[in-house]
Design a protein around this ligand. Sequence first.
Ligand code: ADP
Ligand code: ADP
Length: 221
Amino acid sequence: MLEISHLGKIYPNGAHALEDFTLQVGEGEVVAIIGGSGCGKSTLLRLVAGLEPPTRGEIRLGGRRLVEPDERVNIVFQEPRLFPWLSVADNIAFGLRHLDKGERSARVEAVLSRIGLSGYGGRWIRELSGGQAQRVALARGLVTRPSVLLLDEPFSALDAMTRTDLQDHLSDLWYENGSTMLLVTHDIEEAAALADRIIVMRPWPGRILEVVPVDLPRRRD
Ligand code: ADP
Ligand code: ADP
């Protein structure tokens, strides 16, 4: 269980990004977060990822307080943010340094095949198309089998076909990992296709406006 309680964030420059945000997310649940630009969606994810300290409130995962980046939580951004000096395989393996070499390459091969990039492990990042690089970013987010995966508009920079394709891959990978997911998106169809619940955030400051349970059959059903 991911418990976000009374979370608030005021940036050092005085910007009120989030106010009294409370949300509980069950294990394996997928929650989509939608809302206009500037309503605090990215801030929320950065706080849960431990990339920014909250001004108020707290975040707990399995009862344990999250206060800094935690190995149980991964984040995937809108742009791939891969390391250009590492190969595709080494980018994906970055979070698996604690495993021995054989296990590490087995996990990387499996996830590469899952995202349709078998044989691309030795490539450099600059040799990939935008869609391929975003696939690698998604693979890097999932390969450690995090308890919580945070996705900040992971598909919005992609063309429609690549987007649908990657949404399918995400569903498949969710089936295998069962990670809890918070998905920030502008795309209501994407939210309905992937999420169990949709949270609409109010523009200013960031609070929950409405919670919409999705009971349509999902792609993964
Ligand atoms: P969203 O993701 O919904 O577009 P953000 O979380 O990016 O919203 O931003 C919420 C508010 O906080 C905005 O007013 C934005 O300008 C401000 N903000 C976001 N990041 C920072 C930052 N690093 N420093 C100062 N203000 C920020
Ligand atoms: P998003 O597309 O997720 O809404 P933004 O455009 O809000 O992203 O933010 C992009 C980056 O710029 C983020 O890393 C955020 O921290 C930073 N940022 C956003 N607003 C501000 C701001 N007012 N002051 C400083 N940094 C900001």
